[in-house]
Design a binder for this molecule. Structure first.
Ligand SMILES: *Cc1c(COP(=O)(O)O)cnc(C)c1O
Length: 385
């Protein structure tokens, strides 16, 4: 039994708990290759913006289907630097959603721009095209940041033409959507640029922080590459006022190993999601929508329950750990309490914040644990099988 099998067996043991996520399982599964990649970087002697970062930039851009990738320190910086590279700055308004990780709004605020928070639609829980259109008609907005939340592609077929008609730039927040696709094309290539995070729990995760900007625009990629390192151009002379936001060579080496497994990992997530969807079909529980043409990356499997607290407590008492993404929408957080919102307010966002619950979901989640989750949910809802 290797370390991974031992670990998986331990997770599955009935006396143990089922974690909601487990990045360590991803390490143990590929331990030998990850350890070898780390050792090679340490022995190689080039530690900052070397061949591993370059290799990952090339390979990940090719995976997404665009020409350029620029590795940065984290997903929040990827958003900020993509926006700055597109000319967005202090005083500009940037439309995005409130039902997202607060990082999306923090990245906008970090460059002196102002988030304008738009509601989500009912089916996908991502940016509502109708309210976006009303927002852009009422307010001059320099950029739109669309979020593919939980791995569900946002309604880009409707959103892209609206953004273009209003002359704004479009950035995709793909932090939860590595490998998600729309009509057979991976997300990250529909906007002017996209931002990815490699935080440990993401679909493509490292063991620390990391991020990347992807784009087809060579000039934009060059501006972002300058901004991530003091604004340096050629000759190490600053051509813009940049920051230090470099992707670490060790993280890049690890990510190159894990990128080769990304499609396999996503397929395992999809199998778990299919099993949950099948088992929960008759229960009084809101389930993630399956939408024609959308390749969901299943970063999270999120159900909606009117009595979330009881469900959560019942699962917890059976050792099934859950999480809430996100209990407090951005516009209800003190730092963003004054943020502008779309016309009509954010009723769907508020309803989601009160009802969403993320069940255990990660590629190494053993089948026996998936069945334990299913049994526990059935019992909690009074319908044992
Ligand atoms: C994780 C995440 C980010 C931020 O990424 P970091 O690497 O943590 O900075 C941004 N947006 C969304 C939707 C995320 O889930």
């Amino acid at each position: 039994m290797n370390a991974f099998t031992q670990h998986a067996t331990a997770i599955a043991a009935a006396t143990d708990t089922v974690p909601q996520t487990d990045p360590r399982a991803g390490y143990l599964e590929h331990r030998d290759r990850i350890d070898a990649a780390i050792a090679a970087v340490l022995a190689g002697g080039a530690y900052v913006l070397g061949q591993e970062v370059e290799g990952l930039e090339r390979e990940f851009a090719a995976y997404v289907g665009v020409a350029h990738g620029v590795g940065v320190a984290n997903g929040t910086d990827a958003l900020s630097l993509a926006l700055r590279g597109l000319g967005v700055g202090p005083g500009d308004r940037v439309a995005t959603v409130s039902h997202t990780a607060v990082a999306t709004a923090a990245a906008i605020a970090a460059i002196g721009a102002e988030p304008v928070l738009v509601d989500v639609d009912d089916a996908r829980g991502t940016m509502d095209p109708a309210q976006l259109e009303a927002t852009l008609a009422a307010t001059r907005v320099a950029a739109v940041v669309v979020v593919h939340l939980y791995g569900q592609p946002a309604d880009l077929g409707a959103i892209v033409p609206i953004v273009r008609a209003h002359g704004a730039v479009l950035v995709e927040d793909c932090a939860q959507a590595h490998g998600a696709a729309l009509d057979g094309r991976r997300v990250g290539r529909f906007g002017d640029a996209a931002a990815f995070s490699f935080y440990p729990t993401k679909n493509l995760g490292s063991f620390g922080d990391g991020g990347m900007v992807t784009t087809d625009d060579a000039a934009l990629a060059a501006r972002v590459a300058a901004l991530r390192q003091y604004g340096w151009g050629r000759e190490r002379v600053s051509v813009s006022q940049g920051v230090n936001s470099r992707l670490h060579e060790l993280q890049a080496a690890i990510l190159r190993v894990r990128l080769r497994e990304l499609d396999v990992d996503n397929a395992r997530r999809a199998r778990i999601a299919a099993r949950y969807l099948e088992a929960f079909a008759g229960l009084p529980l809101g389930l993630p929508a399956r939408i024609e043409g959308c390749g969901h990356a299943w970063h999270q499997f999120v159900v909606r329950s009117a009595d979330r607290a009881s469900l959560c407590a019942a699962l917890d008492s059976e050792g099934v750990r859950t999480a809430i993404h996100y209990p407090v929408p951005v516009h209800r957080q003190p730092a963003f309490a004054g943020a502008a919102t779309g016309p009509g307010g954010l009723p769907r966002t508020e309803r989601l914040a009160d009802t969403v619950l993320s069940l255990p979901m990660f590629p190494q989640l053993p089948d026996a644990s998936v069945e334990r989750v299913i049994d526990a949910v059935g019992r909690a809802l009074g319908q044992p099988r």
